[in-house]
Design a protein. Structure first.
Length: 641
């Protein structure tokens, strides 16, 4: 009997051990990348680009101690880890970066001393892994201007030597596309020509190096949104499939992103930003409601991604101890959002199932912030809820007053707003991008005008002027031949500045701001082409221009609501008051069936509890009404039958 028991126990432990090994191997194989929205910490909001190895590891240790148990597993070094922190260095400076003999960025040894001797981030990654965490880095598009200027050779990782093809050795100047500079860091980086074997070899050498360092997460910037570079995204995605280390692939930033555009990349990545940078201002928070709604309605949340799933990303959570946007220094102030506003932001991010990347300095993490970002109900919603969508069936929208007859409310649809038209960029597959045509002014001058379509017409004609013929210099003649059929655009026929496709400034129909124009050059982001189908395409990103309409108060006021289903059938219902006055927001029980396909709740009743106040609403038969303070949210957990 003892022998039998001993044999059984031995078999059990062997079986348990093998099962554990199998599970860990499957997890490490990358076959289920980002099965849940990724969660972690990023250095940008608190340190801008100036973080040191000591500061990073201090934060990582605290993430391991305080946040890891709550699902926060990534610690990410944001941009310019390769830039020397010396006088004159800033976001778009040139000549301060540390590169290796192959033109690849390597950590600044002044800030990352363990990188000396060609170790790169190997030691940092090892220490992060020893804490039970995963290590991530931020990288830019293509190749650095510094490497192109130095004309460094390209590494062929299959041979361990310089890349050779067609009987010659290839260098950085052969692959760098100088007319496709990163629009927000033009002195820093440019695209590489992925049609060339040398261009592909360079990108392959970058990501193999990251894998060799022990990187688990790559945040690739200036390749998406207005800066879309589908060729680079596609190739990097293929490289990451081949590398023998699972690496999560994230895209940033995401200005002007639409679901149509995102569908071209969502299957290639695991996270992708769908907004610009989010900072600690209420305007930044409210700007996320519409885009979150659109991506949910397009079934993009948790869609198929690179070796797993992909998630629309609303950007980092700028809570706690922070720095300032564009700063060249570390954290020095607390978050500008008040507690109610932070709670609203965290609730929206959770209801949308956005990745949760905390940006505050962990060394000064206060209890209020800690309790918010580790709130078990919000984290449960973020990871495991389903049927997440905006819930439009609410009333309120204006300050309301209680009377003997009950709540006097107004529909959101009754609130009118003035309209503004702006010139934006979107996927050329969007129907709204079609509607451009040529209008002749005289023999030498033409306009490119937006006529719109049956669903999208501006109140007044919107025209831009094609550039007059350039002087016949040798350089202009060469560029004219290279850009056959393409042209520059001006706001007026006498303007000396050309329209560029920059994410920094939208061009409104009421005012041509100089921020959207720059001195005319032969740059891809200034070159436009009119297609036969009525689309006006930009050479830099391949995106098309369209005239869009926004309401003057869009994103800055009103009431909103989101709804989702829990794992046990409970309903999560969030009310958001974006107004500057207190509002009572009401929802009918019968309308909750939008998240319960096939179920009718006309005769149902619910019981509910509000998360933040702890109030028990008891039996709810017809509707639920909650007075929501300025910029505050209410979060109900409902059980209906």
């Amino acid at each position: 009997m003892k022998v039998f028991v001993r044999s059984f126990l031995c078999f059990f432990f062997i079986f348990f051990f093998l099962q554990r090994v199998i599970c860990e191997t499957q997890a490490e194989s990358g076959s289920e990348h980002a099965s849940l929205p990724p969660r972690g910490w990023n250095s940008f909001d608190s340190f801008c680009w100036t973080i040191s190895e000591e500061e990073f590891l201090q934060n990582a240790e605290l993430v391991a101690q305080r946040l890891h148990a709550h699902g926060y597993e990534y610690v990410v070094v944001d941009y310019l880890w390769y830039r020397r922190k010396v006088k004159g260095a800033y976001t778009d400076s040139l000549g301060f970066d540390v590169i290796d003999e192959w033109g690849r960025m390597i950590p600044d040894p002044g800030r990352w001393p363990s990188s000396r001797g060609g170790k790169g981030f190997t030691e940092v990654a090892r220490k992060v892994h020893s804490m039970g965490l995963k290590f991530g880095i931020h990288v830019m598009r293509g190749i650095s201007t510094q490497a192109v200027n130095a004309n460094t050779p390209i590494l062929d990782i299959t041979k361990g030597s310089a890349y050779e093809e067609s009987g010659r050795q290839w260098h950085a100047k052969d692959i760098g596309l100088t007319d496709r500079l990163c629009t927000w860091m033009p002195h820093g980086f440019m695209s590489v020509n992925t049609k060339l074997g040398a261009g592909r070899a360079f990108l392959r050498s970058l990501y193999q190096q990251y894998a060799d360092w022990g990187v688990d997460f790559v945040k690739n910037d200036c390749v998406f949104g207005d800066d879309l570079n589908i060729d680079e995204i596609s190739f990097v995605s293929e490289v990451l499939k081949e590398i023998n280390r699972p690496i999560l692939y994230s895209l940033s930033p995401g200005t002007s992103v639409t679901p149509t555009m995102a569908k071209d990349v969502s299957g290639l990545v695991n996270m992708y930003r769908i907004t610009g940078d989010d900072w600690d201002s209420w305007g930044d928070v409210t700007a996320h409601f519409d885009v979150a709604r659109d991506f949910s309605a397009s079934n993009m949340i948790g869609a198929k991604g690179l070796l797993g799933k992909s998630w629309p990303d609303l950007d980092m959570l700028p809570f706690g101890w922070l720095t300032d946007p564009g700063s060249n220094e570390g954290p020095h102030r607390y978050c500008n959002l008040n507690v109610d506003e932070q709670r609203s932001q965290m609730t929206l991010w959770s209801m949308v199932k956005s990745p949760l990347m905390f940006g505050g300095d962990m060394r000064k993490l206060d209890e209020i912030t800690f309790n918010l970002i580790t709130n078990p109900i919000l984290l449960e919603i973020n990871s495991f809820s389903s049927n997440n969508m905006e819930f439009p069936h609410i009333t309120g929208g204006k300050p309301v007053h209680l009377s003997k007859q009950g709540v006097q409310s107004n529909s959101v649809a009754d609130v009118k707003a003035s309209e503004t038209h702006f010139l934006g960029l979107s996927s050329c597959k969007d129907s709204k991008s079609k509607g451009w045509s040529i209008k002749a002014i005289d023999d030498d001058l033409e306009q490119v005008c937006w006529e719109g379509n049956s669903r999208s017409k501006p109140h007044a004609p919107f025209c831009l002027y094609k550039r007059r013929p350039l002087s016949a210099s040798d350089e202009d003649t060469m560029h004219t031949l290279q850009n056959q059929g393409k042209f520059h655009l001006h706001a007026t026929d006498t303007m000396e500045f050309c329209l560029h496709a920059s994410p920094k400034q939208k061009l409104t129909s009421k005012e041509f701001k100089r921020g959207s124009f720059s001195p005319c050059r032969w740059e891809a982001n200034q070159m436009w082409e009119l297609n036969h189908n009525g689309t006006l395409v930009n050479s830099y990103s391949g995106l098309c221009a369209s005239l869009n309409t926004i309401k003057a108060n869009a994103g800055s006021g009103g009431i909103r609501s989101w709804i989702a289903t829990g794992r046990k059938g409970e309903i999560y219902l969030a009310f958001f008051n974006l107004n500057s006055e207190k509002n009572v927001i009401t929802a009918k029980v019968s309308d909750l069936a939008t998240v319960l396909p096939g179920k009718i709740l006309n005769d149902a009743s619910c019981t509910g509890t509000e998360v933040w106040s702890g109030k028990n609403y008891g039996l709810i038969k017809e509707s639920v009404s909650i007075a929501v303070e300025v910029h505050e949210c209410a979060l109900l957990i409902l059980n209906c039958n």
